[in-house]
Design a protein around this ligand. Structure first.
Ligand code: AP5
Ligand code: MG
Length: 194
């Protein structure tokens, strides 16, 4: 069985997780797992998961942990078992709670995989609001952006300490142009995965 390297992208809504994960997965031959994209795809296809998740996503609330853990595990499992071309995975938007992080620890242990780094994109609320308002996704309405930020502070921010204690957290200034943010990430990943 393949040994997978895992990178986690952590940061508030609109911090650039998806954008940077996309650039990096191509470069590193990793699979990009964006939980938000998977949920939106399930919602638009009206799958069982989509039906269960839509009210949470549309309110800017977190989808219950059990559903998310099952979804992510199914992707990790597939990757290990097929003759996959990927050397690792980037988890974008997972974990978002301590419960999700603990479940990931167990999964990683089971698989003999390892988390190489947790990239934290740090950016101010003002910058986030202006970025997201000009993008205009369904959940980018002003009141929903505010709720997503509140949810992030309460439920996801505790992961900064969780990963910092494990010496995995790498803070990057997300308030720079795409190229500079990418350059900073590559610098941090030198010697870890590159
Ligand atoms: P998700 O889709 O993950 O949304 P999010 O975390 O709110 O983050 P975004 O995707 O909005 O932002 P991003 O950080 O990816 O930034 P992006 O690169 O797009 O989750 C959606 C929902 O799904 C959640 O609210 C929840 O309901 C549910 N969910 C997801 N994961 C879950 C989990 N683990 N548990 C439970 N529920 C979960 O960039 C944003 C914009 O800025 C873009 O327009 C981009 O072009 C622009 N931009 C990016 N970088 C720069 C830059 N350097 N300079 C200028 N502009 C930039
Ligand atoms: Mg995203």
């Amino acid at each position: 069985m393949k040994q997978l390297d895992v990178l986690i992208f952590l940061g508030p809504p609109g911090s650039g997780k998806g954008t940077q994960a996309e650039i990096l997965t191509e470069k590193l031959k990793y699979l990009h797992i964006s939980v938000g994209d998977l949920l939106r795809e399930n919602i638009s296809k009206n799958t069982e998961l989509g039906k269960l998740a839509s009210s949470y996503v549309n309110a800017g609330e977190l989808v219950p942990d059990d559903l998310i853990i099952k979804l992510v595990n199914s992707y990790i499992y597939d990757l290990q078992n097929k003759d996959s071309k990927y050397l690792g995975i980037i988890l974008d938007g997972f974990p978002r709670t301590i419960k999700q992080a603990s479940s990931l620890e167990n999964k990683i242990k089971d698989l003999g995989a390892s988390i190489k780094a947790v990239i934290y994109l740090d950016i101010s609320d003002e910058k986030i609001i202006s970025r997201l308002q000009s993008r205009g996704r369904n959940d980018d309405k002003p009141e929903l952006i505010r709720n997503r930020l509140d949810v992030y502070r309460k439920q996801t921010e505790p992961l900064l300490d969780f990963y910092s204690e494990k010496k995995l957290l790498e803070s990057i200034n997300g308030d720079q142009n795409l190229k500079n943010v990418n350059g900073n990430i590559l610098n941090v990943l030198k010697e870890k995965v590159i």
